[in-house]
Design a protein around this ligand. Sequence first.
Ligand code: FES
Length: 126
Amino acid sequence: MSRHDSTENPFATTLVEKPKLGSYRRHLLVCTGPRCSANSDPQALFDSLGEHFKRAGLDAGALRVKRTRASCFAACKGGPILCVQPDGVWYYNVTLENMQRIVDQHLVGGKVVTDLIFHQGPTLTA
Ligand code: FES
């Protein structure tokens, strides 16, 4: 028997296993696409985040941060670009040095790094 039998009920919802995510305080979305970071290596930035998080104690506990790669945010300039959710903060020029500032000041300290912001969404609370 199939998981969805359209002969019985054409409006039946297909049974799909619900995905799970661990708990986290913030979610970093990092663009690793080719157009915004012509002079840098956004994949290296993304790869460094695990170590950044571990050193700052952001890999577990109340301030735990999740990271995800994105292929393009349609901004395509000034990369590496990353977005911090749910704060709605978009950072540009995220070099490894600037990433350390974002970790210390924003992700640990709760204060945005104003000079690196190029866009703010409506949910900014910091
Ligand atoms: S390729 Fe990074 S924002 Fe478009």
